[in-house]
Design a protein around this ligand. Sequence first.
Ligand SMILES: [Fe+2]
Length: 187
Amino acid sequence: MTERIAEEMKGQMTERITGQKPGQMKRVNALRAHPLYQKYYRELEELEKDRIFCRHQMPHLLDVARIAWILNLERGLGFDREVVYAAAVLHDIGKALQYTEKIPHEKAGEEIAAQILGDLPEELAFSEEEKQMILRAIAGHRRWREDMELLESLLYESDKRSRQCFACPAESECDWSPEKKNLEIDI
Ligand SMILES: [Fe+2]
């Protein structure tokens, strides 16, 4: 068997097992690789390294992305997967500036995300409409409002439902109200 055929078979096998072709999330990965994303993410990692309460790093960001994606499918909302993931992966990127400069993280995050989204090369760029929708979702994800846009409320809900309060060792010290806490497996 030639090396090329072996490689092709490996690729097909991966696709069968994961249901994914490699490189399906190019735009989301490009956001994460952006130097500004890396800078604020590293700062946040350092700032939260001894934090006993909820952190805002990749496990949380991907929990939010995946919950939002599940809800999107269950409810037939029709969002593009990369739009959902982009909003989730970017939504807490302003958190380091909230800790260090006291800037609310949804505002700081909106600004950082706008720059990152605007810097993507043309072949990886989100459309203008998608960019604005992602930015509004980041800016609005922290507080519930009656007039929320659909992606905004999806991000808000997924953010809240992502927290595993029922298994958190710091639950009794956490200031989230009992109604807000997730006290059983739900999604
Ligand atoms: Fe969050």
